[in-house]
Design a protein around this ligand. Structure first.
Ligand code: NAD
Length: 504
């Protein structure tokens, strides 16, 4: 297909935005700031004009703070037009729809735009969950529809998922990608599949914590501290409270249903109970927490540190642990061992490989044994976060106290969980890597796109493929296989892409 130039320098680059809500207003602002003439339309009379006025107020705040000149603001406002009729958008080179998240009104609007716009114009949809292939069905020129999934708040969030449906012309997706780049965004390309990139790969971040809560593994505050300790800006429970459990449950349900009930994406009864009880999160003042959770207390100083400390085994996590012991000034010996972790005054502390402490203690014929979570970012776990632990059932009170004292010496809160396989961080990070691996295996996106999407779209400390490089496919596959064996469910099936990495 021949595509209109989307270059702002060209007279042929006016942009239309339909839907003047949170997202549409943000998109219109970004386009006008990039130099385009922009027509903003909404079905509610007066809504587009109100959105333009609000943008004017927001930009005035930037001018007052010295972050924008009055001339730039004036320029943006002269380029932003509130349209009252769809015909005002007829000469646009690109129209982006950001109306209500329902397939039928979107399809009706897209058909109307398809009939109205010139043959070379492009049409984009900001849908966050509906198939671009489905939305294009019924258009005379389905090849010109591209998903352009912005993140909220649009002026601040760098990521744009550019989504191709089955009929989307590669040149149309490419033109939208280039345009997003010129708008100062980082576009990543995705094939239209449920959840695109971010909403798909992020599912386990919530799902694993919800599963751990269902198993009574720990409290929301403990699990949040564990995940913050791995470098996530917010723990899963506080983040779900912020997003809203109704919204989060809807996305989970839509990904589950769109995958024809694949148990990997099964929604959670814990979340359903929150929704049923009206504990929707911060917007209603109650969710997992009542209001905003209080910041965690700093870790208290240790009473005593172990007399004999050894670092056992080899591997990326063992190396990381060794570096952290040295940083904290703790003297330790090296022990080859057939397992990985620490030996502290006779207590074996195994880095989790997906088996419970009870199973390891039974198999090894020792009672003084604990498993520890992966210190993915040990320096972030220090301070007021922590690293999770679980003790074997017959581990003595003295051994437990010794391990907890060691944790405090390491600067970590001892987050003692129930003895569940894979603890918190290890199972969450491996499942994020696994989901990303499947997305790449299925041709949804590249590994670079997955990394960029998760870091920019949801602020993950590392991309899933960066974790894979740091941790190695062997440890990830071993952990997932152990979880698969423990739960005997589809949820933990290993992506073929990861298993193939074991064979070089
Ligand atoms: P919103 O409710 O704030 O705004 C939607 C606007 O569309 C409303 O002003 C409404 O009057 C208007 N509208 C509804 N039907 C219309 C029609 N047929 N023609 C013209 N205008 C119509 O919603 P939002 O949060 O801005 O979301 C808009 C779209 O962006 C949805 O598809 C949503 O899934 C997607 N999205 C939202 C977010 C987010 O965080 N809010 C993030 C990414 C994508």
């Amino acid at each position: 297909m021949k595509i209109a130039s989307l270059d702002a320098g060209q007279a042929s680059a006016p942009i239309g935005v339909v839907g003047a809500g949170v997202m549409g207003a943000g998109i219109a602002q970004v386009a006008a700031q990039a130099g385009h003439e922009v027509w903003l339309l909404d079905a509610r009379s007066g809504a587009a004009a109100a959105a333009v006025a609000k943008i004017g107020e927001q930009l005035a705040t930037l001018v007052a703070k010295g972050r924008m000149t009055a001339e730039v603001r004036e320029g943006v406002l002269t380029r932003l037009h509130a349209a009252e009729r769809i015909e005002s958008l007829a000469d646009c080179a690109l129209v982006i729809e950001a109306i209500v998240e329902l397939a039928e009104p979107k399809q009706a609007l897209l058909r109307e735009l398809d009939g109205l716009l010139g043959a070379e114009a492009l049409i984009a949809t900001n849908t966050s969950s509906i198939s671009v292939t489905l939305l294009a069905n019924g258009m005379a020129r389905p090849e010109r529809l591209v998903g352009m999934h912005f993140f909220n708040p649009v002026p601040l969030m760098k990521l744009v998922e550019v989504v191709s449906g089955a009929e989307t012309a590669p040149a149309a997706a490419e033109a939208v990608e280039q345009l997003a780049r010129r708008w100062g965004k980082t576009p990543v390309h995705a094939r239209s599949t449920p959840g695109f990139i971010v909403n798909r790969i992020a599912r386990p971040f919530y799902a694993e914590t919800l599963a751990l809560l269902q198993e009574q593994a720990g409290t929301p505050a403990e699990l949040d501290r564990a995940l913050r300790g791995a470098g996530f800006r917010m723990g899963p429970c506080e983040l779900m409270d912020l997003i809203g459990h109704d919204t989060n449950a809807l996305v989970t349900r839509s990904v589950f249903e769109a995958n024809f009930g694949d148990r990997r994406y099964q929604p959670s009864m814990v979340q359903q109970a929150l929704v049923d009880g009206g504990r929707l999160g911060r917007k209603v003042g109650r969710g997992f927490y009542d209001g905003v959770p209080a910041p965690a207390e700093p870790v208290a100083a240790p009473v005593a540190v172990p007399a004999a400390l050894a670092l056992v085994g080899t591997g990326p996590m063992v190396d990381r642990l060794g570096r952290w012991l040295a940083t904290r000034g703790l003297a330790f010996a090296r022990d080859a061992g057939d397992w990985q972790g620490l030996r502290a005054d006779g207590v074996e502390i195994h880095l989790t490989r997906g088996r419970c402490a009870a199973e390891l203690a039974h198999g090894r014929g020792v009672s003084e044994l604990a498993v520890m979570d992966w210190p993915v970012e040990p320096e972030r776990a220090a301070g007021n976060q922590g690293v999770a632990l679980a003790f074997a059932p017959h581990c003595t009170a003295a051994s437990r106290a010794g391990v907890e004292a060691l944790w405090r010496a390491l600067g970590w809160m001892p987050l003692v969980l129930r003895d569940v396989p894979g603890l918190a961080v290890a199972r969450t990070v491996t499942m994020l890597v696994n989901e990303a691996a499947d997305a790449v295996w299925q041709g949804v996106c590249t590994s670079d796109a997955a990394d960029a999407a998760m870091k920019l779209g949801v602020n993950y400390p590392s991309g899933p493929f960066e974790w894979l490089a740091q941790l190695g496919a062997a440890s990830i596959v071993e952990l997932l296989d152990a979880l698969f064996e423990a739960y005997r469910g589809e949820r933990y099936r290993v992506s073929p892409l990861l298993r193939q990495q074991l064979w070089g």
